[in-house]
Design a protein around this ligand. Structure first.
Ligand code: SF4
Length: 383
């Protein structure tokens, strides 16, 4: 018989979706059970494991204890005036991470929880139902419990089990679709095909769970850009997810995809090609009611934000506007955006921000000919 692993304390995984900034992060598995995607280095060299259910329950018990301690502090409604020093000082050192997680969640009004790491649905459904039930009983006011999951995993879960997970309170699943073009999925070793993406997405929707699908502009490279955009839009049209989220590709130096780029198998594209691809993708979204969000720092256009079908023109407008600009104006926008000076195309009309962007352009000697190299380097700061 295997030894029962000892509880090692509250654990925190490395990432969450941008939309889960205020959520409690509850780690139910460690790392990624697939770990082959060529563009992803997040869990490379790290072994996947499922945390025992009783460890996760201990995390929840500890969170509850610290939430109750925080709630016991007199509070005027202004977080700046709350004096937490007495409870910080009386918190055992080994419980400081869970205290900090509890405090962060308390400040976020304790409405949502995100289950970490890369694919929580790999947990046997009985165990996941037990965790969800325990969590909801401990904190009955939670409004949303969300998780990342792979399409490959979801597609293998029975409809009955998906309905049980939904009934136990799993409200939203984030799927890193990235692409639905089979040639792109194969190239980047996503471990899934278009049909499986569609099957998984439809299954989540059918279970009454909100679905957020990620599309990765640039992942087809120069070679597969068109099929990447069109096939991905076609899959999403068949799924009709609640959210379509954009997360632009950044080729990380030591990734497998960077090796492919050096070998000439994959040709990374710059902002201009990505804008053209994004326009093609958005134009092909059809017959769905999804909200499209561009809430990742790597995206060139934050203002691509709207609900289909009524706001399709609004979604497309900034991309078209950018593509209609002369090269010099496109370049200054890219400099401003990638240097964190601009947040939208409207900032080009702001004299103060323009002065900063022009200063950055002059300081780094950026021209229309070397801008791709400059943005590539700046993007790496955000990874
Ligand atoms: S499934 Fe997600 S976390 Fe795992 S390797 Fe692929 S992109 Fe990375």
């Amino acid at each position: 018989m295997k030894d029962t692993p000892q509880y090692q304390g509250f654990e925190l995984g490395p990432i969450r979706p941008p939309s889960e900034a205020g959520s409690l992060l509850l780690r139910v598995t460690r790392n990624c059970p697939w770990n082959f995607c060529k563009f992803c280095t997040l869990y490379k060299g790290k072994k996947f494991s499922k945390r025992p259910v009783f460890h996760i329950k201990q995390d929840i018990d500890l969170l509850k204890k610290h939430i109750n301690r925080i709630k016991s502090v007199p509070f005027s409604g202004d977080f700046r005036s709350i004096n937490l020093m007495p409870i910080v000082e009386s918190t055992p050192k080994e419980e400081l991470p869970v205290f900090q997680a509890a405090l962060h969640w308390y400040r976020g009004k304790m409405v949502s929880v995100f289950l970490q790491d890369a694919n929580s649905l790999i947990i046997p459904p009985d165990d996941l139902v037990e965790i969800l039930t325990y969590l909801r009983e401990a904190f009955p006011d939670i409004q949303r419990i969300t998780s990342y999951a792979r399409s490959h995993t979801i597609a293998r879960i029975s409809d009955v089990d998906m309905a049980r997970l939904s009934a136990a309170g799993l409200n939203r699943i984030h799927v890193g679709m990235e692409s639905a073009a089979d040639d792109v999925l194969k190239l980047v070793k996503k471990g899934v095909d278009k049909a499986t993406h569609i099957k998984a997405g439809q299954k989540v929707k059918q279970a009454g769970i909100e679905l957020s699908e990620y599309y990765m502009p640039g992942l087809g490279g120069a070679e597969l850009s068109t099929s990447h955009a069109i096939e991905s839009a076609d899959a999403l049209n068949q799924i009709n997810p609640d959210f379509i989220r954009l997360r632009t590709l950044a080729v990380i130096d030591f990734s497998e995809l960077a090796k492919d780029a050096r070998a000439g198998i994959f040709t990374p594209v710059g902002d201009l090609e990505i804008a053209r691809e994004l326009l093609l993708f958005l134009e092909h979204l059809d017959g769905i009611q999804s909200a499209v969000k561009s809430d990742h720092i790597l995206n060139l256009f934050q203002e691509v934000d709207g609900v289909l079908p009524d706001e399709k023109d609004k979604l497309i407008a900034p991309v078209k506007k950018f593509l209609s600009m002369d090269l010099e104006t496109q370049m200054i926008f890219r400099v401003g955006r990638r240097a964190g000076i601009f947040s939208s195309l409207d900032d080009l009309k702001n004299f103060g921000l323009m002065a900063y962007a022009e200063e950055a352009r002059d300081r780094y000697g950026i021209t229309v000919d070397n801008i791709d190299h400059f943005t590539e380097e700046l993007i790496k700061r955000y990874i």
